[in-house]
Design a protein around this ligand. Sequence first.
Ligand code: SF4
Length: 360
Amino acid sequence: MISKAESMTTLPETLAEKALRREAPTRTEAMAVLGGAEELLDVVAAGARVRRHFFGHRVKLNTIINMKSGLCPEDCSYCSQRLGSRTEILKYSWIPPEEAAEHADRAVRAGVKRVCLVASGRGPGDRDITRIENAIAAVKGAHPQVEICACLGLLTDGQAERLAAAGAHAYSHNLNTGEERYAGICSTHTFTDRVDTVRRAGAAGLSPCSGAIFGMGESDADIVDLAVALRELDPDSVPVNFLIPFDGTPLGNRWELTPERCLRILAVFRFFFPDVEVRLAGGREIHLRSLQPLALHLANSIFLGDYLTSEGQPGADDLRMIADAGFVVEGADEQTLPAARHDLVAIRRRGAGSDKPANA
Ligand code: SF4
């Protein structure tokens, strides 16, 4: 006979049930997960149930190509490319489209589905958009099926539309940290600027990608606030980064994350974004360490290869980790997001009444 205590539903089970119905946790529930009230493995198991329901055992692979590195006029405290950074990173101006295509080709052959074309800076000028248009053409010339995501900073009028017309699939712009804390992390642009760019991308028909960086002194309440703010933007993908504390940046000595903390954060994000691509991003190797495979039970997407300015785990090790943990690399012909997230009605933005050519 089951006792009353045994028949009671636990918080992780409740959160899994809600997530399967696409209901977000309450603040109190999310804070309890972050605060450690529940056993870690119970939390991971509940998040894993949600992840399996919407994404099976597939892991989507993404790669970053840093099109232009360093020398940014902005001052984001976490960033090795920031104004005044003393981090000894590679610094260079725009790489040519052919070089981007070469990097993309290697990554696609290793199983990558999405290529993220990233450039440092506050935002692109019109010539920069042309550079990205050319890079998209070069990458897609060899691999038409590859998803291209652009990540170029703050967008102004018409730029997202140009990227969409050039064949970009997504635009990535992280909120990084909550609105309350934003001014303490960056003084050269605002949280609202970032929200505006994510909205512009979505309005232009680009798949919105927006996520966070943790390990910058945020409280549990801050983490929940950010999850709520991101959910309001309804992104298709949510990168979860863990701070890479670069020497030569203001946050260079911050090592506050533990593997358990990272897993609890990832679980909360899975509960807030049950059917969204939760992407395990920068810092996974140094903060999750030997618990990286457990994170695959929560995130359904990772970066393969290196990050913007730091090196990642060797790709072969990532592929082995995925296989060892019982997962499979998502194929090019497999749909990442569940069908319910795909809007079958595409608003016409070409042909009559627009400045773009018609479809036929
Ligand atoms: S995050 Fe982007 S905008 Fe901020 S300093 Fe780094 S490259 Fe510049």
